[in-house]
Write a protein that binds this ligand. Structure first.
Ligand code: AKG
Length: 259
């Protein structure tokens, strides 16, 4: 029971699946050449990485092969389908899980300082994540994402004593996917990376989309030179407004969507 979706606009069936599970999966979003380019970029970004798990922010400022994923035509229409026409890319993390590395830790995304579960129940959608797998994860123990479908609706948290375990529930879904797959999920879904028993590092590229008033997490402002290189829609998604208070006051410019 895999919530498979197709590239492009969110259909009613896909929306229903997303609401039930809290995530959808789109296969074959990247071609072999695009995977190679993005993976090479991710490896350059992590040239000095020694930690078992390291998510590095703002890699798209230096690597065009990662920047173009920000408004990928297979994925961005899904984000728009859920948020409407005004949202920003709040952060992006190029995440390496080292060969034979393990950092199992089940959690919901959000803020350690003020958890989203304190805002409302069900946990509101504030960080919609699109994750591109850049290495093969088609078998278990390849650093796959593990998810608890529907857990974004649970008023009851995953028991504390389970959060470091690989197997936590009969309903858990360990995502098996090839490189080039996109996983789109709600911040409220309990998830964790599976250990990586392979002898190669695992890479994922995560993009987090949020309402325009959310504070950015991987940068204070987008690098001006990188911003200048971006096409108009991508630039708008970066949320570098001339007036930082505009997201509250309604002064955000229209986004240059093509339709
Ligand atoms: O394994 C990954 O790349 C993602 C880890 C994770 O759970 C997170 O970034 O919230």
């Amino acid at each position: 029971m895999i919530p498979l979706a197709q590239p492009g606009a969110m259909t009613e069936d896909e929306r229903f699946m997303f609401e039930c599970y809290g995530y959808i999966i789109i296969e074959d979003v990247l071609t072999a050449a695009e995977i190679d380019a993005a993976l090479a970029a991710a490896k350059r970004i992590h040239a000095d990485t020694t930690d078992t798990f390291s998510p590095l922010g703002a890699a798209y400022e230096r690597e065009p092969a990662l920047a173009w994923l920000i408004d990928h035509p297979a994925v961005l229409p899904k984000v728009r389908g859920l948020y409407g026409d005004k949202f920003v890319m709040q952060s992006a993390w190029c995440a390496r899980l080292a060969a034979r590395g393990e950092v199992v830790g089940w959690h919901q995304d959000g803020s350690g300082a003020y958890g989203f579960e304190k805002v409302a129940h069900p946990v509101p959608l504030l960080q919609l994540r699109a994750s591109f797998s850049l290495t093969d994860q088609s078998r278990e123990f390849m650093g796959n994402m593990m998810l608890l479908p529907g857990s974004h609706r649970s008023p009851y948290p995953l028991p504390q004593d389970k959060r470091k375990a690989v197997q936590v529930s009969p309903i858990q879904h360990n995502v098996l996917c090839k490189a080039g797959t996109a996983l789109i999920f709600h911040n409220g879904v309990w998830h964790s990376p599976m250990p990586n028993d392979e002898d190669f590092d695992r890479y994922n590229m995560h993009f987090i989309y949020s309402p325009p008033w959310m504070r950015r997490a991987d940068r204070f402002a987008t690098d001006a030179a990188a911003l200048a290189e971006m096409p108009p829609l991508r630039r708008a998604l970066m949320g570098d407004y001339e007036r930082p208070d505009a997201p509250y006051a309604g002064g955000i410019p229209e986004f240059p969507f093509e339709d």
